[in-house]
Design a protein around this ligand. Structure first.
Ligand code: ADP
Ligand code: NI
Length: 219
């Protein structure tokens, strides 16, 4: 199996599928996750082909955009890989990684992950943090017609994936329900280090946001 050729083919499919995406899950998100996953792999190790394929395919059928079907991505990725001539063992490993990657709620424990799964999940999570994380959160919220902020509507730490997936809160809540929790849910030392700066940036963003919101606190 020529994996370099397979990866190129998958890049083409994903690039054309995700081109006109306006929710922060566009091709450039996939590209950043792919590049970050390759970077993490170069330091942390793990099977490079599995990591590359899972990073490229991790959002192929996300519950947030497929009509709410949970855990379907792995299956769709598996079928596409076989269609492109990939061996079943590799496709199966990629499927397992993809099914575990997505965030499922504040009080929902992450799946036990292989090193490959940890690396792809770390790369995906790092792209939800920092300046890009802020941009993506508001792009997603706007696309779903969600308000920026409703002070009376406070965050909920979800106990199940279903509750998390069906929540329709304003975007500032998303920081408390997911984004600020991610720094403690990264796995590899390299990602944990990169996450620190991004986390601090989001804290500073929120501080400034409330300062500007509360005009009466200006002194
Ligand atoms: P995951 O599978 O872990 O949710 P994704 O790669 O699908 O990760 O990306 C999730 C992105 O979607 C995050 O960057 C986040 O900003 C955005 N997002 C998801 N849910 C919401 C929400 N309720 N409000 C705002 N942004 C959201
Ligand atoms: Ni993603």
């Amino acid at each position: 199996m020529n994996y370099d050729y397979l990866i190129k083919e998958i890049i083409q499919v994903i690039q054309s599928n995700f081109e006109e995406e306006a929710t922060g899950h566009d091709w450039h998100h996939i590209e950043r996750v792919y590049n970050m996953a390759c970077h993490l792999q170069s330091i942390e190790g793990g099977n490079k082909v599995i990591i590359q394929l899972a990073a490229l395919l991790h959002d192929i059928s996300d519950h947030k955009f497929n009509g709410g079907i949970l855990n379907k991505g792995g299956e769709v990725a598996y079928d596409l890989l076989l269609e492109k001539g990939c061996d079943a063992a590799t496709a199966e490993e990629v499927k397992n990684v993809i099914d575990c990657v997505s965030f499922k709620g504040a009080n929902v424990e992450d799946h036990a992950l292989t090193l490959e799964g940890k690396i792809v999940q770390d790369a995906d999570r790092l792209d939800a943090l920092g300046a890009i994380g802020v941009a993506r959160a508001f792009a997603f919220g706007g696309n779903k017609n969600r308000p920026i902020y409703e002070p009376a509507n406070t965050p909920v730490l979800h106990d199940t994936f279903e509750e998390y997936a069906n929540a329709k809160s304003h975007t500032i809540n998303h920081f408390y329900e997911k984004l600020l929790l991610l720094k403690d849910r990264l796995h590899t030392p390299t990602a944990i280090k990169l996450g620190e700066e991004r986390h601090l940036f989001m804290e500073r963003f929120l501080e400034q946001f409330y300062k500007e919101w509360n005009v009466n606190t200006i002194n």
